[in-house]
Ligand binder design. Structure first.
Ligand code: ASP
Ligand code: MG
Length: 436
């Protein structure tokens, strides 16, 4: 069970989490994020230190510490456990102050140590609260089993061996608590799995330990069939196939970290997205069960740039696309959507850092035009060829909206449309109205 920053964001929420976790009938590995706002605060502290402003950093550290002291006051009912919590807090904040006061040059190594204190604090406080309430819980140090390799990818075999070993050494308990997000890297330094990485931790550990289920608890009742910020009356999707979830997560559904799905998928372990505020709601289950003949959900991804390369050289030529793709590969820019005709190709990118260089290089092969401020609208579901008319439903829904590109048939699970930023909300609404 993984709970994110807002789910442990106040003393009250930590108590709610404890109630939820301890009422599970199976033993639980509990993965926690830092309290909401903490990771940002720790990065800000690091920023002061990069700028050699130790006083600025110490000021921020004090502010953060006071916030935690308030939380501790509200969380525990006994003096004994308040004192224990203050001691646990002190251990974390001593590290921050020691780095802030050090005269050594501040580097990303120190920054990662600082950022790691958020998860270490939240887990220590919740563990201490469970102890106070008399629950059988142990705290496991994620740094003793979460590890990345030289490519900064999780080292699955190391993680599996060591997580099993650490669990075994801890003995039998109802709840095992550990930190999301943080890990060691291949060089023996403290590191992390990037922002929002706690979901990833949960998925990796669920897979490594062959959990019965991986539960990701947030404050939304699952993945919705459209973006509730723009469309009224959206509904949670009860079940998604792993590939459908991956498309949705990648194309903008904010609820799940895109990489998170992968380890669970490989291990075939269902992932449930559940709501801390409504624990009995069914939420969304992502699994190997594929429901046929259904369009499931719509998501949108902003900030897309389209690049069109028109070339008479492409006519009847081979190797043209390879040359085009080579240019994108050279600038480490990944392509999201592609459409081709005999005389041209259009691609989209979401990272335009090297757009000028890419455009420059592409001009060797044809006439290049760029459209900015576009949005990919992704419709996910059973889009197999045998479902006659499914892609037509999608296209018909946007019959009044200018569409720049359409991609169908890339996988069996999606149709993507590229529209202007200003047409996004209308497109989302029209799709909901026509598909659901
Ligand atoms: N605390 C980390 C972050 O804010 C990791 C997470 O919340 O998943 O990015
Ligand atoms: Mg998060």
């Amino acid at each position: 069970m993984k709970f994110g920053g807002t789910s442990v964001g106040t003393a009250q929420r930590m108590q709610d989490v404890t109630r939820l976790v301890t009422s599970s009938s199976e033993p639980v590995l509990l993965v926690l994020s830092a309290m909401s706002g903490t990771t940002n605060a720790l990065l800000e502290i690091s920023d002061y230190l990069y700028k050699r402003n130790a006083n600025g950093a110490l000021d921020k550290i004090l502010k953060l510490e006071l916030k935690y002291k308030d939380t501790i006051d509200a969380l525990y009912s006994t003096d004994l456990y308040k004192q224990k919590a203050l001691q646990l807090l002190k251990e974390r904040f001593d590290i921050l102050r020691e780095i802030a006061n050090s005269r050594k040059l501040f580097s990303s190594i120190e920054e990662k140590i600082i950022v790691a204190q958020g998860e270490r604090t939240s887990t220590a406080l919740v563990w201490n609260y469970m102890q106070e309430q008399g629950y059988d819980a142990v705290l496991l140090d994620a740094l003793s089993f979460m590890k990345t390799d030289k490519n900064a990818e999780p080292d699955m075999s190391f993680i599996k061996d060591n997580a099993l070993r650490v669990l075994d050494e801890a003995g039998t308990h109802k709840v095992y608590i550990t930190q999301g997000f943080i890990c060691m890297n291949a060089y023996g330094e403290i590191d992390n799995l990037q922002r929002g990485g706690s979901d990833y931790t949960a998925s990796i550990l669920g897979a490594a330990l062959s959990a019965s289920v991986i539960e990701i608890w947030t404050d939304i009742d699952g993945m919705h069939n459209n973006d509730p910020r723009f469309v009224e009356g959206t509904k949670p999707v009860k079940s998604l196939y792993f590939s459908e979830a991956a498309e949705l997560a990648y194309f903008g559904a904010k609820i799940l970290h895109p990489t998170c799905v992968l380890p669970a998928k490989q291990a075939g372990i269902p992932v449930r997205l559940l709501n801390t505020m409504q624990p009995d709601a069914p939420g969304t289950t992502i699994s190997t069960d594929f429901i046929r003949h259904q369009i499931k959900a719509v998501a949108a991804k902003d900030g897309i740039t389209a690049i069109k390369i028109k070339s008479s050289h492409m006519l009847l030529a081979h190797g043209f696309l390879a040359k085009v793709f080579d240019i994108f590969a050279h600038y480490k820019t990944s392509i999201d959507m592609i459409t081709t005709s005999e005389v041209g190709v259009s691609v989209t990118i979401d990272n335009d850092r090297h757009l000028d260089e890419i455009t420059d290089d592409l001009r060797k092969f044809g006439t290049v035009s760029i459209d900015r401020d576009l949005v990919i609208i992704c419709v996910v579901g059973d889009m197999a060829t045998e479902n006659v008319g499914f892609q037509a439903k999608v296209v018909n829904a946007v019959s009044n909206i200018p569409v720049r590109m359409i991609s169908y048939g890339g996988s069996n699970y999606n149709v993507s449309l590229l529209v202007a930023k200003d047409d996004k909300v209308n497109a989302l609404k029209a799709l909901s109205a026509n598909l659901f």
